[in-house]
Design a protein. Sequence first.
Length: 277
Amino acid sequence: MSTRDDVLIPVDALPAALAAGAQLLDVRWTLGEQPGSGFGRYLQGHLPGARFLDLEAVLTGPTTDPTRGRHPLPDADQLGAGLGALGVDPSRPVVVYDEPGGFAAGRAWWVLRWAGLDVRVLDGGLRAWVASGRGLETDEPDAAPGRPLLLTTGHLPTLDADEVAAFDGVLIDVRGPARYRGEVEPIDPKAGHIPGAVNRPVTGFWDADGLLPPPDALADLLALPAGRPVAVYCGSGVSAAQVVLALASLGVDAALYPASWSGWSSDPGRPVATGAE
């Protein structure tokens, strides 16, 4: 069972962690932006020593099967090659960060933990670092690419579509209320939600500065019945990982449905619900 300190690191604690050997990865990405935009922002200014981790190239697998979703999980070989090219040492802890509202750090935290690495997210990300009065750099750090990492996946729980259909716990849809109710659907094949899911929008779990609220506030947002298993999905498996992280900070080990709504709605055999809970 995780705690808040297991999944997050505050800005003031980061310098000591880096001095002790932690590795820093910048994972800036925003849904719908032009490819390379996150790396462009990285080059304009990033935390000292950070290397850029590409969500689409390293943390996302092939998108050939629509039922696996818009951001399917990478396999161990792809992930190991991408992390090895950055010179990541799997024996040392990793800290990931992004910008408020991007949710990419949550995806990186989840995927790397799923592959067995020791990872935490910088609470508040780049904005919190700058707000603390600390500087940025524009040079890419000198890091010799290493060999592909030999990873095993499955260290965090996942559900496939059949398991979601049979799930008897609390299934959380973290998309916006209008998409959940089926009033709009700007991206995926159908509008609506998975039958039985409850709506807890991801935007409620993080404040405007990208900081995780206190535990009591999180628990009030979730309003979950005690003792029942929890699973989470979103549009494509990115922002859902952010809520899995928030749940982990409360000691709740939630499963992720990686294909999420993009995968479910691409399968004509899957039922769709609309309206409020």
